[in-house]
Design a protein around this ligand. Sequence first.
Ligand code: ZN
Length: 232
Amino acid sequence: MLVTTISATEAPATVISNQAPSATTSSTPSGASATPTATTTTSNGNGTSSQHGFVWPLAGGCLPKGDQLMPGAPRPYRLGIHEGVDFYPSDNCTTIAKGTPVLAAKAGTVVRADLDYTDISPAELTSLLTNPATDQAFDRFRGRQVWVDHGNGIISRYCHLSGVAAGITKGSAVSQGQFIAYVGESGTPESVTAPGTEFHLHFELRLPDGTFMGKGQTPSQVRALYTALFSP
Ligand SMILES: [Zn+2]
């Protein structure tokens, strides 16, 4: 459902640089060198501005170009707000399909790993969509999940998985970049109505107060925040 909103014709100018702000080699001029990378404005509420150093949960990834795939975007079908970043094929700088490895964005401890997940049935989907604004419904719509606690109340959530990597279970210590799960489409309405059409990774960063990184911010603030989070 969401993938249809991605415009394949987005102007490349909107691509966010995911380059490390490498020590300026501005010794010289050759014109174009002084790349005005999108301003990494600092003020992000929630005291999250000091957070950084996460790596992409998919090798070679980058932020999606469309704000509708970023935190804070509306999600009318479940009367809610998108609380994470969606990494879809064609809009995340890398290849993604069912089974693509999902990587821990930072070192931490696994606090949830859905080893015994059950798919949403057609009857359950109907029921969930009837009353979607509940914590239980939100959780089901995230599908099979792995959560990693990074300390200081920061938890990353990896959702819609098709599987959990061997050896990953609640209590596992994981290193940054470690393979922890497989991309899937579990929990999406399409996994019931049009199986095979919605493979993507939904990635969230949760805060100690139970909200998500970027809550209440404008799209440009959210983009600046996540650009900083995924910077060294
Ligand atoms: Zn999502």
